[in-house]
Design a protein around this ligand. Structure first.
Ligand code: GDG
Length: 457
């Protein structure tokens, strides 16, 4: 890769550890370590007078520049507009959006302030890679300040349907925001189709030759880059893990779920489906226990408190109906577990439930596949609505709204022959290796670098 252009990554939170953990963060860390550059993001601290970007200690290969947010910015920009309007809307939950003029103002103000800080450090020839829904207006703000560098964007969550976009208070601005980036990266072909459909029907954008779009005076490209994982590192973690970590007898079947506690992940539907499966199963048949790991997130947002209460009540009611003196069918852990333990659980699981109602990609599905022992792999049950469904056709596909169908899929997965499990696993393994995290970073950056710097069709 040519060394001419320095990479500047912008993401909501900058990792403060020298050796960060977590899929995306590790990928960006590796990309910057190999190429050098700068990572800009929030420090995670709030302060009354935030001041300019400040250097955070890390590794010698690249710089980390952090900014603080004020309490009001954290509430309005992060909890308010980003997570109470954009997140639900982009996950097709317009019913949950909480539109507030002050929050929207903070969202715009933080984007403008971050753009000013970036404009002070950007040099000619640098390329910028902006991540996720917190920063949709950032390219536009940078262009207003005269920044002419190549700027790419990657949306980690689904692109909404045109109908949902109409509920955004700033829907008219979304066109100029998107077209201010040179490359608008999305997870799936489905997202690209939704985005192009919206550009065609709701904006003045035109298709040009060479597959690029033109809106007002800007040319840009919309493309999918399905995010991947570090396959070897998950495989190694699972190899090293102790799979007798639970007190479940080895002959007992384990059905596993691992999700950030979020209403988009379809957890109530999953619990209901498991309850229906328990109702289907012969009373003298083998017992299956479902273990759900669901570390809470964004607890200051009302909808997240509600989903937590709903789940706890559902687990109680399914267990009340089906538990026996020596068996609790649903086990539920509401705190994060160490990565080595998660890898061991993936390896131990007979069935993995990844059943979101909407999800950009879903890395858990890929991690589960990577963690399997090829000799006796488990079965992945995957919602059509996860971005991963476009790639992992070796999974048992389900519609998470059809809980009876999901119950039958659990039954089918638990009874599946080794031959079939193995064939399905092999085909998924091939895909996750071909499109791993390094492939993702490389192919995105190659596409961004190949955007003409002079604006031509
Ligand atoms: C967004 C998009 C897209 C979960 N519980 C524990 C734990 N995890 C780890 C998993 C996985 C990660 O968290 C979750 O990643 P997902 O992709 O499933 O979901 P989001 O957080 O919603 O991420 C998503 C992603 O961005 C990347 O583009 O795929 O669609 O929504 O890595 O392993 N890790 C540990 N303990 C836990 O208890 N250590």
């Amino acid at each position: 890769m040519a060394a001419e252009s320095r990479l500047i990554v912008v993401s909501n939170r900058i990792p403060t550890d020298a050796q960060p953990s977590g899929g995306l963060v590790v990928a960006l860390h590796d990309a910057l370590k190999a190429r050098g550059g700068v990572w800009i993001g929030s420090s995670g601290e709030t302060s009354d007078s935030p001041g300019p970007l400040h250097e955070i200690e890390g590794v010698p290969e690249y710089r980390k520049l952090a900014y603080d947010l004020t309490e009001d910015e954290h509430r309005g920009f992060y909890l308010g507009h980003a997570n109470s309007v954009i997140w639900p809307l982009f996950h097709h939950r317009a019913d949950l959006i909480d539109v507030d003029e002050e929050n929207r103002r903070q969202y715009m103000a933080v984007n403008a302030r971050v753009a000013e800080m970036i404009a002070k450090v950007v040099e000619p020839g640098d390329i910028l890679w902006v991540h996720d829904y917190h920063f949709l207006p950032l390219g536009h703000e940078l262009r207003k300040l005269g920044v002419q560098n190549r700027i790419g964007f990657f949306l980690h969550i689904p692109f909404p349907n045109p109908g949902d976009i109409a509920a955004l208070p700033d829907q008219k601005q979304l066109g100029p925001w998107v077209s201010s980036f040179d490359l608008f990266g999305l997870q799936t072909q489905r997202d690209v189709s939704a985005c192009l459909e919206w550009l065609r029907t709701a904006t003045e954008a035109e298709f040009t030759l060479r597959g690029r779009m033109k809106l007002a005076d800007r040319f840009f490209e919309v493309r999918s880059f399905p995010i991947g994982i570090d396959v070897d590192s998950f495989q190694e973690a699972a190899d090293a893990a102790d799979i007798t970590i639970t007190d479940l007898p080895v002959e007992q079947k384990l059905v596993l779920g691992v999700d950030r506690l979020d209403y988009s992940k379809g957890l109530p539907n999953r619990f209901e489906a498991f309850g229906k499966y328990l109702g289907l199963r012969a009373s003298d048949g083998p017992r299956a226990t479902m273990l759900q790991i669901a570390p809470p997130s964004r607890e200051d947002v009302e909808a997240y408190r509600e989903i937590r209460a709903e789940l706890e009540s559902m687990a109680g009611s399914v267990n009340g109906e089906h538990a026996e003196l020596d068996w609790t069918p649903i086990r539920y852990i509401r705190r994060p577990l160490p990565r080595e333990i998660v890898a061991g659980l993936y390896r131990r699981a007979d069935v993995m439930l990844v059943t979101p109602l909407a999800d950009g990609m879903n890395l858990v599905a890929k991690e589960f596949v990577a963690a399997q022992d090829g000799a006796d792999p488990g079965v992945l049950i995957l919602s059509h609505f996860a971005g991963a469904a476009e790639q992992l056709d070796g999974a048992l596909m389900v519609n998470p709204y059809d809980t009876s169908g999901m119950a039958r899929a659990i039954d089918q997965a638990l009874a599946m022959s080794l031959h079939e499990r193995h064939a399905r696993w092999l085909s998924m393994m091939q895909v996750i290796r071909d499109t791993d995290i390094e492939w993702w970073t490389e192919s995105y950056l190659r596409a961004l670098r190949s955007q003409p710097q002079v604006q031509v069709a």
